[in-house]
Design a protein around this ligand. Sequence first.
Ligand code: 5AD
Ligand code: SF4
Length: 374
Amino acid sequence: MKYFVVTYGCQMNVHESEKIAGILEKMGYECGQSREEADIIVFNTCAIREGAEDRVLGNVGALKKQKKRNKNLIIVVCGCMTQKEITAKKLMSTFPFVDIVIGTFNISSLPDLINNVKNGRKLELWEEGGIDETLPYKRTSGENAWVNIMQGCNNFCTYCIVPYVRGREKSRSEEAILREIEEIVREGKYKKITLLGQNVNSYGKDLMPQVSFAKLLKDIAAIQGDFEVGFMTSHPKDLTDELIDVIASEPKIERNIHLPAQSGDNRILKLMNRRYTREHYLDIIRKIRNKIPKVRITSDFIVGFPTETEEEFLRTLELVREVRYDSIFAFMYSPREGTVASKMEGQISDEVKHDRVNRLLKLEKQIQKEDNKS
Ligand code: 5AD
Ligand code: SF4
């Protein structure tokens, strides 16, 4: 019996697919090379933008024929998209040949659900739950080992669906993280360890007693062995001086900081509920560059947020020009049902969004060209 996992979205999902693969292998399934030869296909989905959801729908729809040919094929759709109850229901009614629809909290129930399907029951599940420390992983990212340090997000940036589909921040205990990393280092196969969380800088605030992300990093760097540790994603409002100092002083910590700015304009940042200003952001960048030589700084930007004017967009371009990032991701704002921004007046046309995203990417290319030359 073979399985095939199709992953959409961020590194968190890539890592969760490693968990899904681990569970399926524990059940006796082997990794298949393609969808066509699989007995069970799992779509681990993303809901961050409409485009991500459309791709999932197209690919799930395309399985109708395969399911007709092979009645025993089990199709599972899980992840952020199906954590939204409305989407899960819609998916079940549009594609009745899908067997299991579950959210982000129920991966550990997969074995039971698969057995139920074999006994003729269809399932939907999207209740919120905790972090299961006992699940096996099948690491699939070569020399890089992902380590999840926390789930969820408390920030509620007004454009973002993540807090709704991943729940509130829940940190894993420092002890469990250190144990996992020691085990990874002992295995000797991994040169790099990447810590994952939606907002790693607020790691440990929900633990008793509290543990700071800087302390966690320091304790990880103290583990004996030849490895490098990186992390993503950082939120500017929570990035502390203590953290900058730890990165500067520990050679094992990667000199790579992904620090999404999202916009260079204070009115838009406020509407986005980012809780920092352009000036504060630039201050942090200055501190990082002063203390950590040769640091690589990268960022995400959203263009065409509701009511964004041409002048406000120009301030984003100015910020990019000022910081001279090593690379950036630029996204066109995509309204997500249920978020505050999706209900705002002054939504921007696709034409304007396309134009702005192209200009932002063109600027990035130009900066990279200049930096490469120098
Ligand atoms: N529309 C466009 N981009 C978004 N992002 C998050 N939500 C949206 C949305 N609704 C972007 C942000 C974030 C990255 C992972 O995705 O820039 O940092
Ligand atoms: Fe979304 Fe903001 Fe949380 Fe990042 S910090 S996951 S953008 S709500």
